[in-house]
Design a protein around this ligand. Structure first.
Ligand code: DGT
Ligand code: CA
Ligand code: CA
Length: 573
C-alpha cells in the first residue's frame, strides 16, 4: 500500500507551502487530501488504476494528477521543485519539536533565519519576542526543542539500526572466508539509539573479507580501509565498522567491541588486579604475556571469576559486582512472552481487522492478544463511544467462539484527562476484560500536577496497567516531569502494572526507570502499541529494553499462560 507515502508527500507539500507563506486555502487543500488518503480503507494504487481518485474527499483534478504521479513513480516533480525553492536549512527547521511551518515562515521571511544555528543565536539574543505570535517563552521552548533534537542527532532508533545490521549480516554470511560473525557495539546491547553499527568477524584472510565487506550494494562511501578493519557509510548515512580477528581472539574481541566502554574499563581493571591483562586479543598473564583464553566471551568472563554477563546488562550499572557474587538475574527471554496486550484495531486508529491481528498473533505463537483501542474523547483517533464498545464486545465474543488456540481480550487504552479523571465511567470500564490507561494530550504540566494526574488514574479499581508512563517520544518529546517514586509506589499499592512500550520511538518505561522500579517491587507488562500488524514484531525491542532493565520473566504479566491471565482478569468467573 502506498497510501502512507502519498499522504506523507502531501503533508510535506502543505508544510513547505506554509513556510513559503502561500495562500491558506491551498495548503489546507493538501492537508485535507492527505488526511483522506491516510484514513482511506482502500489501496490507493487500485483507486488510481481504476480512475477513482477524484471520488476521494478533497481530491480535485490537479491533485488527482499529482497523486497518480506519486503512485506510479514514488516521487513528485512538483514536490522536488518546491524543495529547491526553499533553503535546505529552513526545511531542517521543520524537524525541531514544537516549531510548525507557519512560525518557520515568519522567522524566515522577517528575521531571515535560514538554519538551526541562526535560530539558536536569534533565540539567545532575544530577537524573537518582538515578532507577532512569539514571546520570551517561545524563545525558551525553541531552544529546548533544538537541544532535544541535538541529543539524538547522528544517532538512529534501535529498529532502524537492527534492520540495517541484520541485512548486512545476511550479506556477509554468504562470504565463505568468514568463519565467525557477530553484531557488536551498542546494537548488540540493544540500546535505544545507536551511533554506528559494529560488526566483528574472524577469518584467516582478513583482506578478502574486507574486500567483500565494502562491496555491499548499500555502501555509499568507504571511510577507512586498513588491514583488519574498515569503516563505510551506507546510503542512509549510517556508519558501519568492521573488524576482522583471528579465531582464538574472537571471544575477547567480541567482549571488547560489544562494550560498553564503561563496562570494559571496569573489566580491565579487574583483570589487572588479578595479575592479568585483558584486551581485544585475549586474556593474558601480565608478567609473561602468555595467552590464557579468548575464543569465547564465556571463557573470558569465567576466567575472571565472573558468570557470563548478557550484552544488555553491560552498562556498568552493578552487573560486574553482581556477577562476582553469582547473583545476576535470569533476565526475560524472547520466547517467554505469551501475548500482546496493547494492540489497536480498526475500531479506533489501527489499520487492521481483528481477524488479521489474530492471524498474525497466532503466527507469533501467542496465546492471547488484547485489543486496546482509544477512548471516546480521542476523536482524532476514532475513539469508541459506549455504543461502539458494546458492538466491539459482540464482535470479539463471536470471534472467540470461532478461534482455537488463541483468545482475544477486549480492552481500551482509556485516556487520562488533565484532572486525572478517566475518559469512561466505571459502568463502561467494567464491561471490558481489562483496562489500560494512558495520557494523550496536555503534556505541559508541572511535576506535581502530572504526578497527581497519573496517580488518580491508577487509583481507579478497574485499571490494570498504565501505558507509556512517561509519554516521551525519543528525539521529539521530553518525558513528563514525574515523581517516579510516587508513581512506582502507587503502582504497587493499586496493583497496577507499568507498561514497557515497545514502539521504537517510545521504549517507555526506559531501562533505567524499569530497573529502579523493579528494585522497588513494581510489576510490568510489555506491549507494542501496534497500529498495524507490521508493528507486532516490535515486541522484540520491548523485551530487549526489559532485559536492559534487569527484568525477569516473573516480573512481566504477559509471560503467564492464558488460563492464569483469564483468572487474573476475572474472565473465568
Ligand atoms: P554507539 O556507537 O555510540 O551507539 O556506541 P558503541 O557502544 O557501539 O560505541 P562505539 O561504536 O564507539 O565502540 C564500540 C565498542 O568498542 C564500545 O562499546 C566499547 C569499545 N570501545 C570503543 N572505544 C573504547 C575505549 O576507548 N575504551 C574501551 N575500553 N573500549 C572502547
Ligand atoms: Ca557503535
Ligand atoms: Ca563503532
Amino acid at each position: 500500500m502506498k497510501n502512507k507515502i502519498v499522504a506523507d508527500i502531501l503533508y510535506q507539500i502543505a508544510d513547505l507551502l506554509d513556510v513559503k507563506g502561500d495562500i491558506f486555502f491551498k495548503t489546507r487543500a493538501y492537508r485535507m487530501a492527505a488526511q483522506s488518503i491516510e484514513t482511506l480503507d482502500e489501496d490507493i494504487e487500485i483507486v488510481s488504476k481504476e480512475n477513482r481518485l477524484r471520488l476521494i474527499p478533497g481530491v480535485g483534478e490537479a491533485l488527482s494528477k499529482k497523486i497518480k504521479e506519486i503512485v506510479e513513480t514514488d516521487r513528485l516533480e512538483y514536490f522536488e521543485k518546491l524543495k529547491k525553492e526553499i533553503p535546505r536549512g529552513v526545511i531542517d527547521l521543520l524537524d525541531i519539536p514544537g516549531l510548525g511551518p507557519k512560525k518557520i515562515s515568519l522567522l524566515y521571511r522577517h528575521l531571515s533565519i535560514t538554519n538551526i544555528s541562526d535560530l539558536k543565536k536569534a533565540c539567545d539574543g532575544g530577537k524573537l519576542r518582538d515578532l507577532e505570535g512569539f514571546g520570551e517563552i517561545s524563545e525558551k521552548n525553541i531552544l529546548r526543542g533544538i537541544a532535544l533534537r541535538e541529543k539524538t542527532s547522528g544517532r538512529v532508533l534501535l529498529n532502524v539500526a537492527y534492520e540495517n545490521g541484520n541485512n548486512y549480516i545476511k550479506y556477509l554470511k554468504q562470504c565463505k572466508k568468514i568463519e565467525k560473525i557477530s553484531i557488536a557495539g551498542s546494537l548488540r546491547r540493544m540500546k535505544e539509539t545507536i551511533g554506528d553499527l559494529d560488526i566483528l568477524t574472524s577469518s584467516d584472510t582478513p583482506d578478502e573479507v574486507i574486500e567483500y565487506f565494502v562491496r555491499y550494494p548499500n555502501v555509499n562511501n568507504v571511510l577507512l580501509k586498513g588491514n583488519t578493519k574498515t569503516s563505510v557509510s551506507l546510503n542512509n548515512d549510517i556508519q558501519v565498522d568492521l573488524r576482522v580477528v583471528e579465531k582464538k581472539s574472537f571471544g575477547a574481541a567480541l567482549q571488547y567491541f560489544t562494550g560498553s566502554k564503561e563496562h570494559n574499563v571496569k573489566m580491565r581493571s579487574m583483570a589487572s588486579k588479578k595479575g592479568l591483562k585483558l584486551n581485544e586479543y585475549g586474556l593474558f598473564d601480565k608478567k609473561t604475556d602468555k595467552y590464557l583464553v579468548g575464543r569465547t566471551e564465556k571463557e573470558v568472563y569465567n576466567k575472571l571469576d565472573l558468570t557470563y554477563i548478557e550484552p544488555e546488562l553491560r552498562e556498568n550499572r552493578g552487573e560486574i559486582e553482581t556477577a562476582i557474587k553469582g547473583e545476576l538475574p535470569n533476565i526475560v527471554k524472547h520466547g517467554d512472552i505469551k501475548g500482546d496486550l496493547h494492540v489497536h484495531s480498526r475500531w479506533s486508529d489501527g489499520t487492521d481487522t481483528l481477524e488479521n491481528i489474530v492471524n498474525y498473533a497466532k503466527k507469533l505463537g501467542y496465546e492471547y492478544v488484547g485489543i486496546a483501542d482509544h477512548s471516546q474523547s480521542l476523536k482524532i483517533a476514532h475513539g469508541l463511544t459506549e455504543k461502539r464498545i458494546d458492538d466491539k464486545i459482540k464482535e470479539i465474543d463471536d470471534l472467540n467462539k470461532k478461534l482455537e488456540g488463541v483468545k482475544v481480550f477486549c480492552s481500551t487504552e482509556c485516556d487520562i484527562k488533565p484532572d486525572g479523571a478517566l475518559d469512561y465511567n466505571n459502568r463502561v470500564l467494567k464491561k471490558l476484560d481489562f483496562v489500560c490507561i494512558g495520557i494523550h494530550s496536555s503534556f505541559k504540566m508541572n511535576k506535581n500536577e502530572a504526578t497527581k494526574r497519573i496517580v488518580k488514574g491508577m487509583e481507579n479499581e478497574h485499571v490494570d496497567f498504565l501505558a507509556h508512563p512517561t509519554c516521551r517520544i525519543i528525539g521529539r518529546r521530553e518525558p513528563l516531569q514525574l515523581d517516579m517514586e510516587k508513581i512506582f509506589d502507587t503502582a504497587i499499592e493499586t496493583d497496577t502494572y507499568l507498561e514497557i512500550n515497545s514502539f521504537p520511538d517510545r521504549l517507555d518505561l526506559n531501562d533505567t526507570n524499569s530497573k529502579f522500579a523493579k528494585e522497588r517491587g513494581v510489576k510490568f507488562v510489555i506491549g507494542t502499541d501496534s497500529h498495524n500488524i507490521s508493528h507486532l514484531p516490535y515486541m522484540h525491542f520491548g523485551i530487549a529494553n526489559a532485559r536492559r532493565g534487569w527484568l525477569e520473566k516473573d516480573d512481566i504479566l504477559n509471560t503467564i499462560s492464558l488460563k492464569n491471565l483469564e483468572k487474573k482478569f476475572g474472565c473465568d468467573l
